[in-house]
Design a binder for this molecule. Structure first.
Ligand code: HSE
Length: 446
């Protein structure tokens, strides 16, 4: 790697999969990076607790030890890359890099979703940049698109498949008809799911990413804890079959929308993560396997779609190195520390209330589990009718033996979610309804 005098010095903390990818991209693409920047990026130091493992990359000329504090303090390091993940140690290291006047690149969506305000405020006070493209959508340049390519728009909505693990699982459940418990094992075998898959399958990872996207889209300050989150554990093979018959596919979506006046301080926003029925003909519906895709609609540009690998060594490293290049350019121009990382000037990011789920109006997919006995469907439809919920279609799957439960699936006409919940409270207490009803929201118009 070049060590020319005008190079910008980089220190990497965390030499795991993504860190190794960063070293590979910096080395294999050193020429094109220099041709684009006009000067080289110089990886000066790497710090990781595991200094023994061979990562299969050439480390000549790079100091490699376990001294992350020394790396941060090193005067040759101008930009610190944090790739250790987690909240505690990473938070301390980023804070100490900021205090030392170093610019920071991170892929740590959990940290930024939970403690972003403190970190961004500290960076603004110290006049350093913080870049985090790799934290959402892996290699997809979605944050840069929001901050730059779509900067002239009022953002109206975001619908994203932002978690590769769950998208792989939903694709497999639909393709094979196998249940969650079988497919999660295959996802583990393929390395798509962690031993404890909760962050992915319970929608938490997607909600971390959506927190960043919604903040950037709407200049909105809100806390991660306010986001309604539902994961994919409740889905059964019959849901995929019924969804197909209704003309939909099921995806775990992160959804953020501006309500009327949403660009002003008084506007409210919808921010939510849950399994969603989307029209089978929509572009998002065709996103299969571990891929990610994010649809953003702006008032001027209309609908746009960003697709690519949401995880993995080189795709994620692609985003990290792009951030390094952007900050290095700012350092050379003498304007580092003046980029608004969240797309709005910090003092323009205003608290906004989230629209409660009860206020949503839309069509609903409801899977009741009921004893197959004459009159049960009438009790269900009567409770829906009492709450002014119209039924568009009904499917009953299978024919139960005496006293056996079967799925009864209803697609409603547009209804208010509060009313739907009210009806389900009554229905789920009926003696012939033997399991809690599965509710999936339907998003049209994608
Ligand atoms: N577990 C994440 C996913 C990795 O499945 O998308 C990238 O954040």
């Amino acid at each position: 790697m070049s060590r020319s005098g005008d190079a910008v010095g980089v220190g990497l903390i965390g030499f795991g999969t993504i860190g190794t990818g960063v070293v590979k991209v910096l080395q294999r693409n050193a020429a094109v990076i220099e041709q684009r920047l006009g000067f080289p990026l110089n990886l000066v130091r790497i710090a990781d607790l595991d200094t023994e493992r061979d990562r299969g990359v050439d480390l000549s000329g790079i100091r490699f030890d376990d001294d992350s504090d020394g790396l941060i303090a090193d005067p040759h390091v101008q930009i610190v890359v944090e790739l250790i993940g987690g909240s505690d140690v990473a938070r301390r290291l980023i804070q100490s890099a900021i205090d030392a006047g170093k610019h920071v690149v991170t892929a740590n969506k959990a940290l930024l979703a939970l403690h972003g305000k403190e970190i961004f405020d500290a960076a603004a006070r110290r006049g350093v940049d913080i870049a985090f493209e790799a934290s959402v959508g892996g290699g997809i340049p979605i944050l840069r698109s929001l901050r730059e390519g779509l900067a002239a728009n009022r953002i109206l909505s975001i619908h994203g498949i932002m978690n590769g693990t769950t998208n792989y699982m939903l694709t497999e459940m639909e393709r094979t008809g196998e249940p969650f418990e079988v497919v999660i094992e295959r996802a583990r075998d393929l390395g798509y799911a962690e031993a404890d898959p909760s962050f992915d399958v319970d929608g938490i990872d997607a909600a971390h990413k959506l927190t960043l996207l919604a903040t950037m889209a709407f200049g909105a300050e809100f806390t991660f804890k306010e986001i309604p989150i539902e994961g994919i554990r409740c889905l059964a093979p019959v849901d995929f079959e019924a969804a197909r018959e209704f003309g939909y596919r099921i995806k775990l979506l992160g959804i953020a929308k501006a309500r009327a006046g949403g660009d002003g301080a008084e506007g409210r926003i919808e921010v939510r993560v849950h399994p969603t029925l989307i029209p089978a003909t929509s572009l998002l519906a065709s996103v299969d396997g571990a891929m990610n895709a994010i649809a953003v609609t702006g008032d001027a540009v209309g609908p746009t779609l960003y697709y690519g690998a949401g995880a993995g060594e080189l795709p994620t490293a692609s985003a990290v190195v792009a951030d390094l290049m952007e900050i290095a350019r700012e350092i050379r121009r003498g304007s580092a520390g003046r980029v608004a990382p969240l797309s709005y000037m910090p003092h323009r990011i205003q608290p906004k209330s989230l629209v409660p789920l009860g206020e949503l109006v839309g069509c609903y997919y409801l899977r009741f589990t009921a004893v197959d006995r004459p009159g049960v469907l009438a009790q269900i439809t009567s409770a829906l009718g009492d709450h002014e919920i119209g039924i568009e279609s009904v499917i009953q799957k299978g024919r139960g033996a005496a006293a056996e439960s079967v799925p009864v699936i209803v697609k409603t006409h547009p209804a208010r979610e509060l009313a739907v919940r009210g009806a389900l409270e009554i229905i789920d207490r009926l003696p012939d309804v033997t399991a809690p009803t599965c509710l999936i929201r339907i998003e049209e118009g994608l």
